[in-house]
Design a protein around this ligand. Sequence first.
Ligand code: NDP
Length: 274
Amino acid sequence: MSIDRYGVMGYPVSHSRSPVIHRLFALQTSQDMQYELLQVTPEKLEIAVRQFQRTGGKGLNVTVPHKSEITRLVDHLSERASTAGAVNTLTFKEDEILGDNTDGFGLMRDLVANLGLTLEGSNILVLGAGGATRGIIGPLLDMQPASVRIANRTLGKAQALADHFSRSGPVTACRFNVVPVSDQYDLIINATSAGLHGESPPYPSAAVSESTVCYDLSYGLNATPFSAWAIEHGAAQAVMGWGMLVEQAAESFRIWRGIRPNTAEVLKHMKITA
Ligand code: NDP
């Protein structure tokens, strides 16, 4: 019998630590499976997904920049993927493709369970309005914050997201470089992919105070440009997205294998060996 195949599709994807995480989960829970790194351009996305499915693949994670586009190929969207309008987890069942989104779940687990933050009544600024932001706004609003502001380079995308989620809670949009100076935030989440492209956009310094927690969805062994910026501007805490990465992966693993792995030991391993 052939081994169950999974993987992550993205462009670029060479930086992804998902293969290591899923190998550690598989080892920990004695699952016989393999997990591949699949670099796929947007033009080749559909062909690559169909081929992976046709050749017996069981499931895929989908990352930058495919999370919104991939929804077109999905036969059944979970409620959270449908709310987000973005998918990061595909499961191939018989001839069907099931789509889910574990990003928001993963971030909430890290913020609340791992870091012990209270989001109820807080003011939150989210930088970026791509696929990752789509996945996290709904779960953030579920925590009943006082406000969520989405700031993006392309205002139209932030505005479209704010409109999409406005029935679920107090969410507004603005341009990336014009976050109102008077606004200070309890939590600033960097969900841009700027760091991935070696770019460091002008993050809104006036939004940080000594009680602000800055959380970067990006991660690295050394401080990311955003977390270095947060420390430089006196934030209470600068956290990189290792915890979210491991928690969203654990939720994908649970969907595929029916077992929830222990994330604490994998998270410790990742931070040391990245
Ligand atoms: P997308 O490609 O869908 O969106 C990218 C976003 O970044 C857009 O809002 C884009 O703005 C913005 N952006 C890109 N470059 C710049 C720049 N130079 N200045 C300002 N804004 C910029 O990516 P995703 O939303 O899928 O992912 C975003 C990041 O989150 C990635 O780095 C990804 O690795 C990380 N991530 C981490 C996870 C984790 O588990 N830790 C999980 C999911 C994502 P515009 O709309 O104007 O183009």
